[in-house]
Design a protein around this ligand. Structure first.
Ligand SMILES: [Zn+2]
Length: 431
């Protein structure tokens, strides 16, 4: 089972100066920065997924999240996606680079933003190794399997559009001589309708199917869908799970003949989760999570700025506490300071962050004591000292600090690496 990371232009400055919190002098974004597969050995995933909607503005969608500038899009199409992502050469020649449309971006539109011809041209020009037919998301998944006549007409329309697009997409790909391996996108309103769609895609000639619309579904419902699908399609037909948000439960999905799946969650959770920010493999083979230690930059934090404006504290005082927390943490890491001192300094700064909210501190005592317990556990176990990955061995304690994108993304890269190993070990065990 291959784990693909869905790229959203995630790179870090390899020469970032953690002590002065500055990029390397003269650093050029993208050109000097490195992707996770450049920073880490081994690479923390088996392939990358790039969504067309992250690269090119979706027609008729005013605020789609395009991550690429026009110049970057053009360079990617001219040089190819591998060169653009610096994911080529002998080391990565067999790694998958999968294209999809990023159907979430145009989920509210009547029709998909990109017609099959445009999608085929895009995959072709960028030199993807695999490409998914343009689909239209169906958000319902009704496990009682109602017939088409009992669901909203808009839903059936999406089902039909996805299938007729797949047919056209395959015809165009064939006409080009299969420059990439085509995947047929499966959408449906129920396990049964998804299985029906899968069988129809097989009949068209697809050997690899991409199951969409799984993101909001619970583990049990996804299993339900996969059971229905596997019972209907040929055993040799390959399956990709699109945007698999239940990545932590991957061990429950090893019996469905899944060839690949993509997820962003190990990276995202490094800085969007309330407490599970740093992954470790547990001795039992599962995953353990630690809270990162929050020491935001005083002069850039909006809550702190508010506190300063309200006259609750001064910028200088705050920066002093911030500095104290950083120093205490680094001292503890270097063996020159006690854990308790680091904990107190971190929590003192945290208290001031909370004060910046402008409400009485009593209101937050419970949150603060919860946070204290999380920080204490992280410091007690000091997991970054045990991790041998390329990120932790170089960045050390900085990786556990929740502060600025260069630390937070490095922690995300570390998580990808831990997760990738977890997937590999889970599969070994099943064998
Ligand atoms: Zn690590």
């Amino acid at each position: 089972m291959k784990f693909l990371y869905s790229d959203t232009q995630d790179y870090v400055d390899p020469e970032y100066d953690f002590i002065s919190d500055r990029n390397a002098p003269g650093r050029r974004r993208y050109w000097d920065d490195v992707y996770a597969h450049e920073l880490m050995t081994p690479a923390p995933y088996d392939g990358l997924l790039v969504s067309m909607s992250a690269v090119r503005q979706a027609a008729g969608v005013a605020n789609s999240k395009v991550r690429y500038s026009t110049a970057e899009e053009q360079r990617m199409l001219r040089d190819g996606v591998r060169k653009f992502l610096r994911y080529g050469g002998p080391k990565f020649k067999d790694a998958m680079v999968l294209g999809d449309c990023g159907a979430f971006a145009y989920a509210d539109s009547k029709t998909p933003a990109y017609p099959p011809q445009e999608v085929v041209d895009f995959y072709l020009d960028a030199g993807f190794s695999h490409g998914i037919s343009p689909d239209h998301i169906i958000f319902d998944c009704l496990t009682d399997n109602p017939p088409a006549r009992d669901v909203a007409p808009g839903v059936v329309e999406r089902f039909d559009i996805t299938l007729s697009n797949a047919e056209e997409f395959l015809r165009l790909t064939e006409a080009e001589g299969y420059p990439f391996e085509p995947l047929g996108a499966v959408q449906g309103w129920s396990p049964k309708s998804m299985a029906d769609a899968a069988v129809r895609l097989e009949k068209m000639g697809y050997r690899y199917l991409a199951i969409g619309g799984l993101v909001p579904l619970k583990v049990d419902v996804i299993k339900h869908v996969l059971h229905a699908l596997r019972n209907a399609i040929k055993p040799e037909t390959k399956i990709h799970l699109l945007g698999f948000a239940k990545a932590d439960s991957i061990h429950q999905f090893t019996n469905f003949g899944i060839t690949s799946f993509d997820s962003t969650s190990p990276l995202i959770r490094a800085f969007k989760d309330a407490k599970a920010n740093y992954y470790m493999e547990s001795p039992e083979g599962g995953l353990d999570y630690y809270a990162a230690i929050r020491i935001p930059q005083a002069i850039e934090n909006p809550r702190l700025m508010q506190g300063i404006k309200r006259g609750i504290f001064s910028a200088e005082d705050l920066q002093r506490r911030e500095e104290k927390a950083l120093v205490a943490l680094r001292n503890f890491d270097g063996g020159n300071g006690k854990m308790k001192a680091a904990l107190e300094a971190v929590m003192d700064y945290q208290r001031f962050l909370t004060l910046g909210e402008g409400h009485p501190i009593e209101k937050y005592e419970k949150d603060l004591s919860k946070m204290r317990a999380l920080v204490e556990r992280t410091l007690d176990d000091a997991p970054w000292k045990r991790c041998r990955c390329s990120v932790c061995s170089k960045a050390g304690v900085e990786v556990i600090i929740f502060r600025s994108s260069n630390r937070n993304k490095r922690r995300g890269f570390h998580n990808l690496g831990v997760y990738h190993k977890h997937v590999q070990r889970t599969l070994e065990k099943k064998r």
